[in-house]
Design a protein around this ligand. Sequence first.
Ligand SMILES: *Cc1c(COP(=O)(O)O)cnc(C)c1O
Length: 400
Amino acid sequence: MGEQTTEGPDHGVGGAFTDALDTRLIGAGRRHNGSALAPVIWASSTFETATVEEGRGMALSVGATEFYSRYGNPTVNDFEEAIAELEGAEAGRAFGSGMGAVAAVVLGLCSRGDHVVAQRQLYAGTQMLLQAVCPRFGIEVTFVDGTDPEAWREAVQPGRTMLLLAETPANPRLDIVDLVALGAIKGPMKVVDSTFATPLGQRPLEHGCDLVVHSATKCLGGHNDVTLGVVAGSRELIDWIWGFAVLQGAVASPHEAAGGLRGLRTLGVRLRHQSDSAAHIAESLEPDERIAEVRYPGLASHPQHELALRQMDLMGGLVTFDLAGGFEAGRHLVESTRICRLATSLGGPETLVTHPASTTHVNLLPEELEAAGIAPGTIRMSVGLEDPGDIVSDLLAALA
Ligand SMILES: *Cc1c(COP(=O)(O)O)cnc(C)c1O
């Protein structure tokens, strides 16, 4: 029998069952499913209420799920509860994209005069939000080297710094932020973009961080067919963020949330396969002299390999490497592969390659590129579900 009437996630408090994450991936987010096994799509934008009193109660409450779908929606709520359960959070809020979630966290929690500390190596959209949008609203941002715990601590302005915004593993060089050190910093709220890791790879809230953000468009959705974001944390913080989100309007569609739930059911097998393949590919590429450097947290040569082993259960499907031949070699590679497809995004079944210097980061100045850890010949690869040997052969053929 399903768990559609449970009160909420069972975290094993008081000697109850504590299911493994793989089991939770299957069981989570079924509250509004009735007897259906697949996610039920509550496509309604609005809901009938029996009395004025009931309607008013929902209009005045936070995140009512059967009132008006900008406030909340049963399918979306199932996805939110699933993510909260997997992250060990009290609550979650889904958005129409990862950027919807990042923007709601920053603009929902910060006001004019507040200060944010973020790492330099970040998803380009987050970087633009912090660099171009925040200053317009009087929110000051300091960028630090995310791999240096001391740099985070030193950048905090007591009483003024609202948020520490980390991303780990980070775009695109897969730098790792020490979550225990970050979580121990007192004062500001610690927010972690955990898109590359998923809750199977790491759980930032267990290390003292306050909010975890995902672009569920990537590994969680997992099939390149949903655009979706989510943030999870304490009920108090999520309710506060909801107060902004309901006016921001970047709500998740129930169709996308159903795709997110569908993705969660297979996340375990997908991410393990992708992690194994990525490790094989990284090891195969490392000795090749046409490649200047291979970055993968699971490689002993990764500068933070030990830290990655400590805080990550799975190293994920992202591999980044620098071609010795620079910009032209990078462009040639991504246009020459047969199996690896030239496309942005990550975490889906197809192996994708990008050349950030000519695509996602094309707007950055040379010094900004360097600060973001992007060399002219840097290739970011999202390893899919194809045979890893075929992917290696494809890359080697394209390098020739
Ligand atoms: C893709 C991505 C985002 C933004 O998510 P969208 O769903 O594209 O809005 C944020 N952070 C990271 C790390 C990402 O990869």
